[in-house]
Each structure stands twice: as C-alpha cells, then as structure tokens.
Design a protein around this ligand. Structure first.
Ligand SMILES: [Zn+2]
Length: 210
C-alpha cells in the first residue's frame, strides 16, 4: 500500500522533450513554470486549463466508495468561471508552507534515453544511467495560484462525509527519515455546514523509516 502511494508521488511523464522552465499554453496563453506540479498527477499540463476542464466536464455527481467527491478548482480564471456558472464555492487561500519537502533525482538511461525519477537515497543508479537532475527538493504546497476553492454541492448536508482529491489546506501526510515531509493531497472530510473538517488519518501515509 505504501509502495503504491509512493509510486503515485513519484509518477512522472517520461517525456525527454520537457525542459525545466516556462511554457506558454497554446489554448489560453498562460505562461507557467512546468516544474510546478512535478509530483502531481497532471504535471506538465497547463494548470489553468486543467481546472477549467473540471468545470466544463460537469462531473459533479462523482461518487467514490459511497462518498461524494468534492471538486477543487484553482486559479482566478476557474473561480470566476465557476461563479459565472452559478456554482456554490468555498474559497480558500492556498498557502505555501516551508514544512513540506520531497526530494528526487532524475536519471536518463544512456542507451534507451528513458528518463526516470527516483526518490530513495538508497536506490542505485548503475553506470548505464546518467544524472540529469541531482538530488533536489520540491515543495508540494506550491501551486501556480494562491486562489483555490471547493465546489460545494447545493444539497450537501451538515455532517456528510465526502472525498476530496485535491485538498487546499496544508496537512502533513507523513515523514520519511530521509528528510521528506509529504503533504496530504487526498482526504476524506466532513462538511460542518461552512467548512470541511479534514480527516487526515483517512489517507495519511504516516511516518516511516527506510
Ligand atoms: Zn491553458
């Protein structure tokens, strides 16, 4: 289970054309840093368009394990669009916390050109791998915009338990004795009527040694 969660954390696209730096979105014109969201599922996609898609997909009835899935949107453009659609929002500021850090190293296979990302100091990289990016830490609480909001279903009842796939507030998911401090991105939560109480223990990976 832990291994699976770590795989998700380190999942990255093996696209050798992607370089560190700025990218201009061909759809909306947003200029963004493609290193942001490195550890996130949608890494290297225009963040603005990614959150607009959440609204245009209109999949607000999604359920997971009998829990309603609460959608998160980020960026001023998506928030404005949601308001124009008449959606009920809980707006929160996405704060950057220096508490979080997740280290990685990027390697490229000398023959196949395959690019992999490793996160464990103990992982060997034989002579067939060359280092593209040496050990670097990223802060998973850094998002492209400080503006964020949950889309609140209008019939959400006080006390209802839900699933949030993109938690806005900062909570520690776990710590690795190699120095990494993980941020909780997915969690069950309870609607208090005005806010979500985040049940950190529902998805936290906990502390581990290795
Ligand atoms: Zn875009």
């Amino acid at each position: 289970m832990l291994f699976k969660k770590l795989l998700n954390i380190f999942r990255t696209k093996t696209n050798s054309h992607i370089k560190k730096g700025e990218i201009t979105c061909t759809e909306c014109g947003l200029v963004y840093d493609n290193t942001l969201g490195f550890f996130k599922k949608e890494a290297n996609e225009c963040p603005d368009c990614q959150y607009i898609k959440i609204l245009t997909d209109k999949s607000f009835d999604e359920m997971s394990d009998n829990l309603r899935v609460i959608k998160t949107i980020r960026g001023e453009r998506a928030i404005k669009a949601a308001k124009d659609m008449g959606l009920k929002l809980l707006e929160l500021k996405a704060e950057v916390s220096d508490e979080f850090k997740v280290k990685y190293k990027k390697l490229q296979h000398r023959k196949t050109g395959e690019i992999i990302t490793i996160g464990d100091f103990r992982e060997g990289n034989g002579s067939e791998w060359k280092t593209l990016v040496n050990w670097t830490s990223e802060n998973p609480s850094k998002f492209f915009s400080p503006y964020a909001a949950y889309v609140i279903p209008k019939d959400l009842k006080k006390g209802e338990c839900v699933l949030i796939n993109d938690v806005i507030t900062n909570h520690v998911s776990g710590r690795w004795n190699q120095g990494d401090v993980y941020r909780l991105s997915k969690s069950e939560a309870t609607w208090t009527g005005e806010d979500f109480y985040i049940d950190v223990s529902s998805y936290a990976i906990g502390d581990f040694i290795g």
